[in-house]
Design a protein around this ligand. Sequence first.
Ligand code: ZN
Length: 120
Amino acid sequence: MSDVKRPESVRIAGRVFRIHFVELPGGLSDKEGLVKYNEQEIFLDIQQNRVSITDTLLHECIHVIDHFWQLELVEKQVHLLANALMQVFLDNPDVRQYILDNCKQEAENGAKPVRTPKTR
Ligand SMILES: [Zn+2]
């Protein structure tokens, strides 16, 4: 992933989560990613391929969305949502670019405030 700029943080529900690209320790070897809600930190295991790390970032973002919007998703739903979104982005470069371009324009025009959920 050295040729792709890694994001330092992600803003979700008005909160900024720092993103750490690390080798997750052995005790967490069954996990590709981890989110700490109170510390507002996301950890991604760099011992994965590019697509898997990206999928894991989406996965952890969906966990954060689930947490703050109280969607009450189960792990399988988070897993499948991240996989499905990745597949949509991979299979549809025009749609992916359309989303990115519209988001970029929205940000340049000063993004409208998004309703922020209450903390659990
Ligand atoms: Zn998970």
